[in-house]
Write a protein that binds this ligand. Structure first.
Ligand SMILES: O=C(O)C(=O)Cc1ccccc1
Length: 327
């Protein structure tokens, strides 16, 4: 029997950087692909079952976290990050044929694109007004609307201009940082976890306990004492009231790694509303560096030692750091 067709949604329309990220997923070319006009509606399609997973931007190397995504996956019905994708970002300025740079008064694009082209805009079209767009491609396609456009140019990916004869490129490579990369995540519903590969990442959301001096230090300590490296940590307001925050954290390793599982259990003791958002393979392939005393063998031996003590058996060390551990 042929496998049922998978349905993916993504921040669209066609031509967004998010679509480029989705096309890195091996079965995406044969899947049903439904564009969504914002991150929340994409995630709602996953929650209500009309899509199996959604590709959304989560972090870029210039602006940091994509707050719309961080907030949307931190609350509401639980979701899981299944994989990540990295996309190098370069921007072009497009307009309808005949429009020149000197004519441009208003420019539309996605907020993150605008933020990444600030220096070029200041140097080349300093008086241009920014018109927020739901995505780079939506802004570009809006220039072709028959029923009147409220801006003169858009900032988008080069592919949009290549595929639309009605758009001409006024400037290329206008991003302030030529090495800019955006990280995207494929988000699905809770289910079987992606397998541990040795080059994995785990994402959690940890509400900061209130009126508890040193709470942040205690949270960080759960990772530090188990030798778990962090690759991202961001605080976000919960939106409930001023001063109430959660931390969105990416840690090296998979929840199937004993040191990561132990750190997560520690987080749960400190902050019981901690949310596990997924363990998944890293897009850059970097393997976690594991100190001998935080290896799975070291944890197994330590638990066996405590069990022996509790059972009254003689507690013989099964593993000594520095010695070759027993499997
Ligand atoms: O608007 C897009 O094309 C997106 O995919 C969101 C985005 C915008 C700017 C940089 C990276 C991703």
């Amino acid at each position: 029997m042929p496998a049922p067709t998978v349905t993916y949604t993504f921040l669209g329309p066609e031509g967004t950087f998010t679509e480029a990220a989705l096309m890195q997923v091996p079965d995406a070319a044969h899947a049903i692909r439904i564009p969504s006009s914002n991150v929340n509606t994409a995630l709602d399609k996953v929650r209500d079952g009309s899509a199996d997973a959604a590709m959304v931007p989560i972090e870029n190397s210039v602006e940091g976290g994509v707050t719309a995504t961080l907030d949307a996956i931190a609350t509401g019905q639980e979701l899981r990050i299944l994989r990540e994708a990295l996309v190098p970002i370069s921007f072009v300025l497009v307009a309808r044929p005949g429009v020149e740079i000197g004519d441009i008064r208003r420019v539309s694009t996605h907020g993150h694109a605008w933020a990444q082209c600030r220096l070029w805009v200041d140097a080349n079209i300093p008086n241009a007004e920014y018109i927020p767009g739901s995505s780079t491609a939506a802004a570009a396609m809006g220039l072709l609307d028959a029923d009147g456009v409220h801006y003169d140019a858009a900032i988008c990916a080069p592919i949009v201009a290549q595929e639309q004869p009605g758009l001409s490129v006024l400037a290329e490579n206008i991003g302030d940082n030529p090495g800019a990369v955006t990280r995207f995540v494929l988000v699905g519903r809770p289910g079987e976890l992606p397998a541990r590969t040795g080059a994995d990442k785990t994402t959690v959301v940890v509400p900061l306990p209130e009126d508890r001096p040193g709470a942040l230090m205690e949270i960080l300590d759960q990772f530090a004492t188990r030798g778990v490296n962090l690759s991202r940590i961001e605080s976000r307001p919960t939106g409930q009231y001023l001063g109430h925050y959660f931390f969105s954290i990416d840690a090296d390793g998979h929840v199937a790694d004993a040191r990561v599982a132990d750190a997560l259990a520690g987080l749960h003791r400190i902050s019981p509303a901690t949310r596990f958002l997924g363990s998944y393979q890293r897009a850059d392939g970097h393997r976690s560096i594991v100190a001998p005393h935080t290896s799975d063998q070291a944890f197994r031996a330590a638990h066996a030692w405590v069990r022996d003590i509790l059972s009254g058996a003689s507690a013989v060390a099964e593993y000594t750091p520095g010695a070759s551990p027993r499997a």
